[in-house]
Design a protein around this ligand. Structure first.
Ligand SMILES: Nc1ncnc2c1ncn2[C@@H]1O[C@H](COP(=O)(O)OP(=O)(O)OP(=O)(O)O)[C@@H](O)[C@H]1O
Ligand SMILES: [Mg+2]
Length: 385
């Protein structure tokens, strides 16, 4: 919430008063006051001008024009006597940046492994490739965000990333420091994907330990700011990434995605057992491409058979969270970079995703927000006489 500063009419402000006004401006990426972040350097007042020296976190900061607009507006609005504001943009020194990273990290160590972490982590996996993990991930995440939850989406398919494409994000995240990466914002979701960190979709050759390190960095160096949910798109296969994930975040749950076929169900079952072996809990099952709806009536046909989803859910005594129809327009729309739940909210697949999101929230409700204890006001005894 923006607090409208008091207007100081009729006299020239002091440096401290200008600083107080600037303190109400948050860095749009780090969501903290620019004064607290140490970005405001010099403030010079020479009636009727104010000059502010602002140090940006990184030299090529994309927010230059934001600061050039917002700072003068705030100052002239608060102090009618000031008619001209000059903002000199510089950038932080290496040391200042390190101090800022330390401060921000100190406030919110994004270690989801902490016992008091309030984020519910949900991996979406299947074992088998191409059954719709990424489609399910983006649509579940978008449905949860639509419901007003804060949601992060981590694309753990580091080699075969697809979340960036599915969410139409081709920009690069701001990397303040290797320990402080600002996630991108896609339709209100915070997201990180290797697709936004490599150039031109060029293949990245990575060995197991490197994947492990990147996943760790995605979990700990990205400024997630404790969302209600972190949804993690898993790569196909049962192996390395689940193991790494379980090491970094032991409390992570998994949603298994399968198609109705026996072959897919059996692979997802192995993925589920593997996940349980490393300490993850199966939160539920989503059966994708479960049926086709006739164009002109409500009749369902089952091109891939039926029953795989329920069977899988029974194996893990977990709920069948949803059955998503095979929806040709959805496949075509996937290329437009907008999840179906947002681009075609009335379609049968979007409604099935919405129901699955509701079932997921019922199974894993968000954890309560931590209460910030405010210091009690000092009460001084009234002086006698
Ligand atoms: N219910 C559906 N109806 C129609 N097409 C779908 C459906 N679900 C997924 N698809 C399409 O199937 C393809 C594979 O989906 P997706 O990429 O989500 O699978 P995946 O399991 O993440 O694959 P990978 O294992 O390669 O990561 C995509 O082209 C996607 O648009
Ligand atoms: Mg995928």
């Amino acid at each position: 919430m923006l607090v409208r500063p008091v207007r100081y009419a009729g006299y020239m402000p002091t440096v401290e008063q200008v600083r107080d006004v600037l303190a109400t401006i948050n860095d749009p990426e780090l969501h903290r006051s620019i004064v607290d972040l140490g970005m405001v350097k010099e403030i010079d007042i020479a009636e009727p001008n104010v000059t502010v020296d602002l140090a940006l976190t990184i030299p090529g900061c994309p927010l230059k024009s934001f600061f050039q607009e917002v700072l003068p507006a705030k100052i002239t609005d608060a102090f009618p006597e000031i008619t001209d504001v000059t903002v000199n943009l510089g950038s932080m020194t290496e040391e200042e940046r390190k101090a800022l990273v330390g401060d921000v990290r100190g406030e919110s160590p994004s270690s989801f492994a902490q016992p008091d972490s309030r984020t519910t982590l949900i991996a979406v996996g299947s074992g088998k490739g191409g059954v719709g993990k990424s489609t399910v991930t983006v649509n579940l995440a978008a449905s949860l965000a639509e419901r007003g939850y804060s949601v992060g989406l981590l694309d753990a398919d580091i080699w075969g990333f697809s979340a960036s494409r599915m969410l139409g994000m081709d920009s690069q995240p701001t990397v303040v420091d290797e320990r402080l990466i600002v996630p991108l914002d896609a339709y209100g979701l915070k997201m990180i994907s290797m697709g936004n960190l490599v150039e031109d979709d060029r293949p990245v050759v990575m060995r197991g330990p490197m994947l492990h390190k990147i996943l760790q960095s995605f979990l700990t160096d990205v400024l997630w700011d404790e969302p209600d949910y972190l949804i993690i798109d898993m790569p196909p296969g049962t192996g390395d990434i689940s193991l790494s994930l379980s090491q970094f975040v032991p409390g992570c749950s998994i949603v298994l995605v399968t198609t109705p076929q026996q072959a897919a169900e059996k692979v997802a079952e192995r993925a589920g057992h593997m996940a349980e072996k490393v300490g993850m809990k199966v939160a539920g099952v989503i059966e994708n491409m479960a049926y086709m709806l006739c164009d002109n009536c409500d009749e369902r046909t089952y091109p891939f058979g039926s029953g795989g989803g329920q069977e899988l859910a029974d194996v893990f005594s977990a709920p069948l969270l949803g059955q998503i129809p095979l929806d040709r327009p959805m496949m075509e729309l996937a290329e437009t970079g907008k999840p179906t739940v947002l681009s075609q909210p009335d379609s049968s697949s979007a409604m099935a995703f919405e129901e699955a999101a509701d079932a997921l929230v019922e199974k894993l409700p968000p954890r309560p927000k931590k209460r910030i204890r405010k210091p009690l006001p000092l009460i001084t005894a009234p002086s006698a006489g």
